[in-house]
Design a protein around this ligand. Structure first.
Ligand code: PLP
Length: 391
């Protein structure tokens, strides 16, 4: 009797709080281990013809646990883990769009996503069009018969533009399009696009999900099992799966996602207020600062402002910028983001370096624009570091 009750309790156990999910979701099946084991086997002994565990490109127990955890965090029915964020994005796009068909892209998506379309997919006949996805009417006007997908990033990289996920999802569905949201900058702690109507969420899990700058990974999360099956088939054929060891690292990183995000947000709010007042800073972009142009939408859609701040220096000479970046002592000059350590970069030369000048000008990615990934260090140390370097 006790055993039956215990089994029932385990089976029906649901986790409500975000951090409880971060720690426990996906790991219910562990009998003795407190920590998920790393299943390194590339292949598994066949005990019955119907078993799903056959070969690790198809399925792997460590990765399966990770996928269940991420699906629960994003309120999806299932998720898939990839060897990088780009592998996730490319596989999702190619699962639903064919050559000759069009994707509408947020104007300032991550440079790598832009280059995937510009350098690879367009050469194979895929069509794409940049749209200012902050403006739902502009997106509506850009839909044509060959459009198959709307792909947005919100907040976007690096301008932190906010797109209205609910309204765009409704628009996408009116026209039978798939709505995909890159939720890398927000993380599932801040917003869950599937709950707002999106069909698929993608992440560079290299960033906040992993949180420690020690792995490259991607995930795609699905609202429907049908979409999941289509993308799973493509992932199996393309082969860009996440390794068992990186799956373990990601499982481990996610356990602290809630507490890390809370701290990232708190630090970033204080730092954005400091930067807004600084005489050497011309402009600041931070979604939860009252002067941010889309402050109201950000407050409606996001749980907190996130850990990314973008700002423009008053002096945009490369000499001053180099001096500033090289004078920082705690904040490191590096292109990635979302880790516990503060990182800073100049998108004009790095993340968006290979893109045409007129594109960068249009978006406001000038030389003096700085993207700051605020870490979880003590905020006063970060303020002092910035202040000294700006002087
Ligand atoms: C918003 C966003 N999406 C996707 C990617 C690509 O992810 P990865 O580098 O893990 O392939 C990045 C990488 O910086 C990113 O910032």
């Amino acid at each position: 009797m006790f055993n039956i009750l215990f089994i029932i309790e385990v089976v029906v156990m649901t986790y409500n709080g975000f951090s409880t999910k971060c720690v426990h979701s996906g790991e219910d099946g562990l009998e003795y281990d407190v920590v998920p084991p790393i299943h390194l086997s590339s292949t598994f002994v066949i005990k019955e013809e119907s078993q799903e565990l056959i070969y690790s490109r198809l399925s792997n127990p460590t990765r399966d646990m990770l996928e269940k955890k991420v699906a629960e965090l994003e309120s999806g029915v299932a998720s898939l883990a990839f060897s990088s964020g780009m592998a996730a994005i490319a596989t999702v796009v190619m699962s639903f769009v064919s050559p000759g068909e069009k994707v509408l892209l947020s104007e300032d998506v991550y440079g790598g996503t832009s280059k995937l379309f510009r350098d690879i997919l367009s050469q194979k006949g895929y069509r794409y069009q940049y749209v200012d996805t902050r403006d739902v009417d502009k997106v509506r006007e850009s839909i044509s018969d060959d459009t198959k997908m709307i792909f947005i990033e919100t907040p976007s990289n690096p301008m932190l533009r906010i797109s209205n996920i609910r309204e765009l999802s409704e628009l996408a569905h009116e026209h039978g399009l798939r709505m995909v949201v890159d939720n890398t900058f927000a993380s599932p702690y801040i917003q869950n696009p599937l709950r707002m109507g999106a069909d698929i969420v993608v992440h560079s899990a290299t960033k906040y999900l992993g949180g420690h700058s020690d792995l490259i990974a991607g995930v795609a999360v699905f609202k429907s099992l049908e979409d999941y099956e289509v993308v799973k088939l493509h992932r199996t054929r393309f082969g860009g799966v996440l390794s068992p060891f990186d799956s373990y690292l990601l499982l481990r990183g996610i356990k602290t996602l809630g507490v890390r995000m809370e701290r990232h947000c708190r630090n970033a709010e204080k730092l954005s207020a400091f930067l807004y007042e600084h005489e050497k800073v011309k402009e600041v972009y931070y979604p939860f600062h009252p002067k941010f142009p889309q402050y109201d939408l950000a407050r409606k859609q996001m749980r907190c402002g996130g850990g990314m701040i973008t700002f423009r220096l008053s002096n945009e000479s490369q000499e001053y910028i180099d001096d500033f970046l090289n004078s920082l002592r705690i904040i490191r000059k590096a292109v990635s983001l979302g880790g516990v350590e503060s990182l800073i970069t100049q998108p004009y030369l790095t993340t968006h370096g290979g893109l045409p000048d007129d594109y960068k000008q249009r978006l406001g990615i000038t030389r003096g624009l700085i993207r700051f990934s605020v870490g979880i260090e003590d905020v006063d140390d970060l303020i002092n570091d910035l202040d000294n370097a700006l002087q």
